[in-house]
Design a protein around this ligand. Structure first.
Ligand code: MEV
Length: 434
């Protein structure tokens, strides 16, 4: 067994690579790519983002134009590795721009913090003193919330709940508004300040104190944000769907589309893939703007199960010859703080989006999710996904086989009207290389 490495984080970048090279054969091209992918002028920015950095990992930064969202046109920056996503989003955005655009609205922006504590009392005794406790926590956090309050945010409420199935464990569920920031640090700082104050209050109060002192177990924001919700709607007459209908009539297409959405409503296996198509768009915007995609995914996937069963995040209605399609999704996004202002490309994305507020960004991300989902489901119920998908994937496959420009041109021509697969591209290259 190899020995454990001590003090790795304290080594320089070059020393870290040397340790790696001592542990395993490091092919010269791998070592070279660590150097090649360093930023020539601004590496210091990336060196401060994480730990043990030996290089950078590039992903494409793309633009999806023609997103008409509530009468405003956006070019949407998207960072994603999957080749067909930006093309599908752009095509759908262009179509919807001519058919009413994306109608979006933020339903709510509340975020939650959780303070778990050990206590042997009765929850009613806490709830009876909620007003007094609210005053206590507002006073205890007055200094740290002052800037946030100036921006319209702050602590907006507190609920006490017993954690089910665990003896003597309670939570204070604290509600926050965090204005244009995602708010994780703000919420966590507040919670860690509130914890000792609340415990002292309980332990000194004649009606609340118990034989064993109340004590904090942990305090952290919740990434489940069902009250930080955005809605995105697209609607048009069924006849207007003709460009997506393929060989079907618009009416047949709309019915097939509805059946696909109904399936995603009722079958969790399909619902996950259906929602994944939504997150192709959302995650790409979340990444481009330097937001926390794990938080967004965790919260929204949980929201998809809010009725006790994982289901589609979209809803469809076909009535009176009209197609109405709605996405509702929790998106706790920020446009200030964190990486949004530190990463040069996240800054560029914010610039492209005309310095949006958090609420505007929620709406843009939802529209991108809607565009990708609409495009995916439309393909699935007409031509199938592989036609468009693998065509765009062709250049990736060609790159993987080290094809030169002449080979790429020949392959593009050859696969223009035929199915693309790794094997078929390999065979084609072998033939022309022979
Ligand atoms: C692929 O990245 C996304 C799709 O699978 C989404 C869907 O099936 O709806 C095409």
């Amino acid at each position: 067994m190899q020995s454990l490495i001590k003090g790795f984080s304290k080594l320089s970048r070059e020393e870290k690579i040397k340790v790696l090279a001592e542990q395993q054969q490091l092919a010269p091209e791998i070592a070279a790519s660590f150097e090649a992918f360093l930023h020539p002028e601004q590496q210091h920015l990336f060196n401060d983002i994480s730990e043990n950095i030996i290089s950078n990992f590039y992903l494409p930064f793309s633009l999806a134009p023609n997103f008409l969202i509530n009468e405003t046109l956006y070019m949407v920056p998207m960072v994603i590795e999957e080749s067909s996503v930006v093309a599908a989003a752009s095509k759908a955005a262009g179509f919807w721009a001519k058919n009413g655009g994306f109608q979006t609205r933020v339903i709510s922006t509340t975020k939650n913090g959780q303070l778990f504590f050990n206590w042997q009392g009765n929850i009613n005794a806490l709830n009876e003193r909620k007003k007094e406790i609210e005053d206590l926590i507002l006073t205890a956090t007055a200094t740290i919330t002052s800037k946030m309050r100036q921006r319209g945010g702050g602590i907006t409420g507190i609920e006490f709940e017993k954690v089910p199935n665990i003896v003597d464990i309670y939570q204070a569920l604290i509600k926050f508004q965090t204005a244009d920031s995602m708010g994780a640090n703000f919420i966590n700082t507040c919670l860690e300040t509130i914890g000792p104050e609340l415990m002292a209050y309980i332990n000194q109060h004649p009606q609340l104190k118990q034989e064993h002192e109340a004590s904090v177990i942990m305090a952290i924001l919740s990434n489940y944000t069902p009250e930080c919700l955005v809605e995105c709607k697209i609607s048009c007459s069924i006849e207007q769907l003709r460009p997506y209908a393929g060989s079907y009539t618009p009416k047949e297409f709309a019915k097939r589309f509805k059946t696909a959405v109904d399936i995603a409503m009722n079958d969790p296996y399909r619902a996950v893939t259906h929602n994944k198509g939504i997150f192709n768009g959302i995650d790409a915007v979340v990444l481009a703007t330097g937001n926390d995609f794990r938080a967004i995914e965790a919260g929204a996937q949980a929201y998809a199960s809010r009725n006790g069963r994982y289901a589609s995040l979209t809803n469809i209605e076909l009535r009176d010859e009209q197609f109405k399609y709605t996405l509702t999704v929790p998106l706790a996004l920020g446009t200030v703080g964190g990486l949004t202002n530190n990463h040069p490309m996240a800054k560029a994305a914010m610039h492209i989006l005309q310095q949006p507020s958090a609420e505007q960004l929620m709406q843009v991300a939802a529209a991108a999710g809607m565009a990708n989902n609409f495009a995916a489901v439309a393909s699935l119920v007409t031509t199938g996904i592989q036609k468009g998908h693998m065509k765009l994937h062709l250049s990736n496959i060609l790159n993987a086989f080290g094809a030169d420009e002449a080979e790429k041109a020949a392959a593009t021509k050859h696969f223009k009207d035929s199915v693309v697969s790794y094997t078929m591209v390999a065979n084609f290259l072998n033939t022309i290389r022979r």
